[in-house]
Write a protein that binds this ligand. Structure first.
Ligand SMILES: [Zn+2]
Length: 247
């Protein structure tokens, strides 16, 4: 009993982890630098999930005490395309991440680490792939500003159609004949040896009364084709683009 009370009365000294001054280890706050000591460890799962879902806002940084870094991460949307929270995520998953008080996170969970690492690695590879894809396309087309512009709009649409009608309207031919005119773009990176547009023609009652077409050879990659399809039937009041094909 006597021994115990003596030990309790001894003043234990420790080095402040922030400024290095010797301080009483029982105090909550360093009197030299003002930092709080012996804060409870931050939770691993919470930090990992915050980083995973809200890392681009730096929320995991706020949670673990890094207010300044958290603000910078918000302002940069995760710092250069989310690279920062990605690095933090790996650090957390490997168990290397420490909070502002230089303490490791408590209750490390290996399964969660592996799952999140795999997901974030797939996302990273996918993003890098897209990034370099975009980079290559810009490089190929840099000689021609309009084709570059065209290519970026096409990238969104290519998945849908190789040959795409970008506009169409009724028009008049050289000899006053009625026609359907429009523009078709080749969204592929290969020349279309042959391309054809088929148009259905309707009368005022909505009945199909005729059809027409136009075709062309050697439509270049990203090239635009101004088509003109004649309307021979006088009863035609409406038309519908039925199909665009090519090879
Ligand atoms: Zn201190």
């Amino acid at each position: 009993m006597a021994n115990e009370s003596i030990q309790q009365n001894q003043v234990q000294m420790q080095k402040c982890p922030f400024c290095g001054e010797l301080i009483d280890s029982s105090v909550q706050k360093c009197k030299y630098c003002g930092e709080w000591l012996n804060k409870p460890q931050k939770d691993f799962k919470t930090t990992a999930l915050l980083c995973f879902f809200l890392g681009w806002l730096g929320i995991h940084r706020f949670y673990t005490g890094y207010i300044g870094i958290g603000i910078v991460q918000i302002l940069t949307f995760g710092g250069f395309c989310g690279i920062w929270p990605t690095i933090d995520m790996y650090s957390i998953a490997l168990g290397n991440y420490k909070d502002r008080n230089n303490k490791p996170l408590k209750e490390y969970n290996k399964t969660l680490s592996i799952v999140l690492s795999i997901i974030i690695t797939i996302a990273l590879v996918f993003n890098l792939h897209n990034f370099f894809d975009g980079w290559n396309n810009t490089g190929t087309n840099k000689t021609n500003a309009t084709s570059q512009q065209q290519s970026s709009t096409n990238q969104i649409k290519t998945a849908k159609q190789d040959l795409e009608v970008i506009e169409h309207h009724p028009c008049t031919g050289d000899f006053g004949s009625r026609m359907v005119c429009g523009t078709i773009v080749n969204n592929t990176n290969r020349t279309k040896g042959y391309a054809q547009v088929e148009i259905n023609l309707y009368d005022a009652s909505g009945n199909l009364v005729d059809s027409t077409l136009d075709n062309i050879n050697n439509l270049e990659p990203n090239g635009k084709w101004k088509f003109k399809a004649p309307i021979m039937d006088d009863s035609v009041t409406n038309y519908k683009i039925k199909d665009v094909t090519g090879f």
